[in-house]
Design a protein around this ligand. Structure first.
Ligand code: IYR
Length: 229
């Protein structure tokens, strides 16, 4: 077999991919354990104010940024906020929007669907969590003074956020995928440029002791998968 270290495709260098060599038994064990690990993750709304070192947040963001993206444009910016004044401003602006949401903008059905989760217009976690990560999608880039649209931006940033959430869980921390709506205020508070749009806001920290999460059940494999053998 031809196993050169690299080759050229369209004049671009491609390097040999190093496969993980696991036996089938090891793969079964590893995939089962990873499911068990991810299945323990919960969205947590009660945060401890205990400090989380910046290095952990940096590693989590680096993990998220390994996500695949359209044409490898990596169309994301992660804003990591520990500054209390900025967190206060974000909480204030999010609660203004949520007040509108909970008192009219959301339908009766929507409110009923949220009842089991116990959410309200109050968002203390936006100040209590030691870190907020505001994820922005980069709709386009400016290069040589010209606008270049990115590709599959929502898909790419969505995948990166999934990986971010898994990395947060792996670090022993908790988060919540918070989408205050609308969230344009994040652009202003964080002074983001015109090519970036807010995508998701995640408080990150330790769970409060004790913290309670709603008793919910995940769909079974049969409910979520169809196999075509
Ligand atoms: N954005 C609101 C409402 C909300 C909507 C959904 I869909 C949720 O899963 C949870 C909350 C809020 O954050 O309270």
């Amino acid at each position: 077999m031809n196993k050169e270290q690299s080759k050229l495709i369209n004049g671009f260098k491609h390097t040999l991919y190093e496969t993980q060599s696991l036996s089938e038994r090891e793969m079964i064990k590893s995939s089962q354990e990873y499911f068990g690990f991810l299945d323990k993750r919960r969205s947590v709304r009660d945060f401890s104010e205990r400090v989380v070192p910046r290095q952990i947040i940096e590693n989590i963001i680096k993990s998220a940024s390994t996500a695949p993206s359209g044409a490898h444009k990596q169309p994301w910016t992660f804003c990591a906020i520990s500054n209390p004044e900025i967190k206060f401003k974000i909480r204030e602006a999010a609660e203004v929007e949520e007040q509108e949401n909970y008192s009219g903008r959301m339908s009766e059905n929507w409110l009923q669907d949220l009842a089991p989760l116990g959410t309200t217009m109050e968002k203390p976690f936006l100040e209590e969590a030691p870190w907020l990560i505001a994820v922005f999608k980069r709709v386009y880039e400016i290069e040589d003074g010209k606008k270049h649209n990115n590709y599959y931006v929502n898909e790419s940033v969505g995948i990166a956020c999934g990986m971010l959430i898994a990395a947060i869980h792996n670090a022993g921390l908790v988060t919540l995928t918070h989408t205050p709506s609308p969230m344009n205020f994040l652009t202003k508070v964080l002074a983001r440029p015109e090519n970036e749009r807010p995508f998701l806001l995640l408080p990150v920290g330790y769970a409060k002791e004790p913290a309670y999460v709603p008793e919910i059940h995940r769909k079974t494999l049969d409910e979520v998968a169809v196999f075509y053998g």
